[in-house]
Design a binder for this molecule. Structure first.
Ligand code: GDP
Ligand code: IMO
Ligand code: MG
Length: 452
């Protein structure tokens, strides 16, 4: 038996090897979109960020549009983590994010006018993040036109250059923040070579290389104080004193490049794996994974949408929910909640709890339908199909639940909610086997009911 003395002195065999028990360090709390985006991630992140030390973005670019409403002021974030609104929090843009520098400053300055303070002193940017150039955005538009011409169908991208820049990353011709901050002559040469390569692929592409490089030189000096080696930065935060760390997912499960409704998806992993690769952190540092679910379903852009309601119900949801894209202003397509899709998103992400948003939008409905299973050619299919031809022809079986026909936006507890609203929440929880932790009943920070 080891004596107390031996233990305190660290001379017992067990204490000599104490390090081997493994110190996991701080864990990150992840917030992810569970549908086709615009679930209200910005609002959930803002709520959690009021007590966070660090808020991170790990993937996507300024294709995201996250709305935060505080004291009647509406902020929208595209590249900056929404948690930057909390004046005490540090924000981090990880290596998995693609950064359009003019877009970043434009967004920050727009929000500064609304009251965002000291953002540049609180922003850290990974040196491994890839840079989106203006020509990537131009190419995004050209590719969309070409798709339309070739097949009569485009993808409905945000034209923020996301596809082209992730393609450049994968084909190893992309340029990163660390390249911009190193030898500018070398960066200029590589930029010119990249432009040449794109011009050969897109003869109509116009790039004023000289003025682009002049602009980039100015941006490089503006971001220099913010740039860090992202891996060491995250490691220090994870293994330093206790810290509350949030990760704000952009886009959503059904837009994920691997798991979404391919090819009508974005170009990054918007599911939990993207958190690890987009920040460079180990799996054991992932703690809670919160899925954000809109109480109905919306989609911007093209692609299959089994529970879409191209009718009065869809219009009512669109109008009551003010369903317009934050990034592009496009009308969002609307339909019923789809539990087949949500089960699939949960299989990939392992949600530990959900935030159900925009329940107040359903206040006006007599009855509410929920998609619970799919059939193809009269036969039930117990999975979410990979093939878009199949997904396009699924027949959805619905369960119809009674509405509550009363305003819930001022309510702040589960017990106060009408019984039918409570039943709607419980039905979703039971079907998915995931607890709902918060219910959104309005746009602003306070309009949230905490269930446990
Ligand atoms: P995100 O991309 O997931 O952050 O979501 P968006 O900001 O693009 O879209 C969500 C919209 O719904 C925003 O306008 C939010 O202000 C709004 N919103 C979020 N939660 C609620 C809610 O519970 N009720 C209502 N009425 N609006 C909400
Ligand atoms: P947030 O973070 C909704 C969609 C686009 C398009 C497809 C590909 O606000 O939830 P891209 O420009 O990424 O190549 O477009 O993905 N899309 C989104 N839809 N919300 C988003 O982000 C989206 N990000 C991309 O509409 O159909
Ligand atoms: Mg959005």
């Amino acid at each position: 038996m080891t004596s107390q003395n031996e233990q305190q002195n660290g001379s017992s065999p067990a204490s000599k090897r104490a390090w081997a028990a493994g110190h996991v360090g701080n864990r990150v709390t992840v917030v992810l979109g569970a549908q086709w985006g615009d679930e209200g991630k910005g609002k959930v992140v803002d709520m959690l960020a009021t007590s966070a030390d660090l808020v991170c973005r790990c993937q996507g670019g300024n294709n995201a549009g996250h709305t935060v409403v505080v004291d009647d002021m509406e902020y929208d974030f595209h590249l900056l983590p929404s948690g930057i609104i909390n004046p005490k929090a540090i924000s981090f843009i990880g290596n998995g994010v693609v950064i359009h520098l003019p877009g970043l400053f434009e967004e920050a300055e727009k929000n500064e006018k609304k009251g965002l303070k000291n953002w540049d002193k609180r922003l850290v940017i990974s040196d491994r993040a890839h840079i989106v150039f203006d020509f990537h955005q131009a190419v995004d538009g050209m590719q969309e036109m070409q798709r339309q011409k070739d097949s009569g169908k485009n993808l409905g991208t945000t034209k923020k250059g996301i596809g082209p820049v992730y393609a450049a990353k994968a084909s190893r011709s992309g340029l990163r923040v660390c390249d911009l901050l190193a030898d500018f002559d070398d960066f200029s040469r590589r930029f010119e070579a990249l432009v040449k390569q794109y011009r050969s692929m897109y003869p109509g592409l116009e790039v004023d290389t000289t003025s682009q490089l002049q602009e980039l030189k100015v941006y490089s000096e503006r971001i220099r104080p913010m740039v860090r080696d992202g891996i060491y930065f995250m490691y220090e935060v994870l293994h330093g004193p206790p810290k509350k760390i949030l990760v704000e997912g952009a886009n959503a499960a059904m837009l994920d490049i691997d798991f979404g409704t391919y090819p009508f998806v974005t170009s990054s992993n918007c599911t939990v794996g993207g958190v690890l690769t987009g920040l460079g952190i180990p799996a054991q540092n992932v703690g809670e994974v919160y899925g954000v679910v809109k109480a109905y379903t919306t989609r911007v852009g093209v692609g299959a949408f089994p529970t879409e309601q191209s009718n009065e119900t869809g219009e009512l949801l669109q109008t009551r929910g003010h369903e317009f894209g934050v990034t592009t202003g496009r009308k969002r397509r609307c339909g019923w909640l789809d539990l087949v899709l949500l089960r699939y998103a949960h299989m990939i992400n392992g949600f530990t709890a959900l935030a159900l948003t925009k329940l107040d939008i359903l206040d006006a409905l007599d009855e509410i339908k929920v998609g619970v299973s799919y059939k193809v050619d009269e036969k039930p299919i117990p999975y979410f199909p990979a093939n878009m031809e199949v997904l396009n022809k699924v027949h959805v079986d619905y369960v119809t639940l009674p509405g509550w026909k009363t305003g819930i936006d001022k309510l702040r507890s589960f017990d106060e909610l009408p019984v039918n609203a409570q039943n709607y929440i419980c039905f979703i929880e039971k079907h998915l086997g995931v607890p709902i932790k918060w219910v959104g009943v309005g746009k602003d920070r306070e309009s949230m009911i905490r269930l446990f």
